[in-house]
Design a protein around this ligand. Structure first.
Ligand code: ADP
Ligand code: ADP
Length: 228
């Protein structure tokens, strides 16, 4: 599913222009990385895709349809969301964290738990971690569970906001490899936010460099962006 930003601007009520006339297309089945320093509008751009933030002007389209015409709950069912500290429910086991998502779409508990077990394997976690609580996992393992949960409804689109920034560099590389492997298997349309240019170059089919004020400074394949 393609995602298109058409001259999208977001000014917050206090006058801060977070995103300024952003136009770009994320092609179906590719990873586009939004990269730039803190405050350049990456998170704001991401959140306009699933309507956590509404643009001030311009249009965001998912699969050709204006997101403003979509029911937010339905829209979000097709869009997985992964954030920096995974955002897992602390008082639920790993399996229950993942299974919650298909259960919200009406799956019965047993089927949802079976799906959750499959997803643990998909993200490279051993089955025995399923009965643990999030606090009993390492940061990298928690992020994998976050990815598994985002995949649970099998959404065609994934939004990832600095998902690997809080883990140490060696673990981060493992997570990046895993994401690239997953992507070659599953072919999701992914918008990935990071402030780390190396991570952007490694993961992006396309890289969009933003600067503070929310303007697009550069856009292209990693080698095109590197040349500038
Ligand atoms: P990034 O993800 O690149 O760090 P953000 O999208 O979080 O950037 O923020 C872009 C700009 O918008 C920053 O100046 C930030 O302070 C501001 N901003 C973000 N959220 C809000 C908000 N809810 N109200 C006002 N300003 C905001
Ligand atoms: P993140 O961007 O990773 O979500 P932040 O610390 O930037 O984390 O923002 C946390 C919350 O505060 C978000 O809901 C964001 O929209 C809001 N926020 C960020 N910057 C501002 C700001 N300058 N004024 C008001 N709210 C803000």
């Amino acid at each position: 599913m393609a995602i298109e930003f058409r001259e999208v601007t977001k000014a917050y009520p206090d006058g801060t222009v977070a995103v300024d006339e952003l136009s770009l297309t994320v092609e179906d089945g590719t990873i586009t990385v939004l990269v730039g320093p803190s405050g350049c509008g990456k998170t704001t751009s991401l959140r306009m895709v699933n309507r956590m933030v509404e643009p001030t002007s311009g249009t965001v389209l998912v699969n050709g349809a204006d997101v403003r015409d979509a029911d937010p709950a339905l829209l979000r069912r097709g869009i997985g969301y992964v954030i920096q500290h995974a955002g897992l429910f602390p008082h639920r086991t790993v399996l229950s964290n993942i299974a919650t998502v298909p259960m919200l779409s009406g799956w019965d508990r047993r089927k949802a738990l079976a799906r959750a077990e499959e997803l643990l394997d998909t993200v490279g976690l051993p089955a025995e971690l399923g009965t643990r609580y999030p606090a009993q996992l390492s940061g990298g393992q928690q992020q994998r569970v976050g990815v598994a949960r985002a995949l649970a409804a099998d959404p065609p689109v994934l939004l990832m906001d600095e998902p690997f920034s809080a883990v140490d560099p060696v673990v981060r590389e493992g997570l990046q490899d895993e994401l690239l492997r997953l992507q070659s298997q599953l072919g999701k349309t992914i918008v990935f936010v990071t402030h780390d240019i190396d991570e952007a170059m490694r993961l992006g089919d396309r890289v969009a460099v933003l600067r503070v004020g929310g303007k697009l400074a550069q856009y292209g394949t990693p080698s095109e962006v590197l040349r500038h």
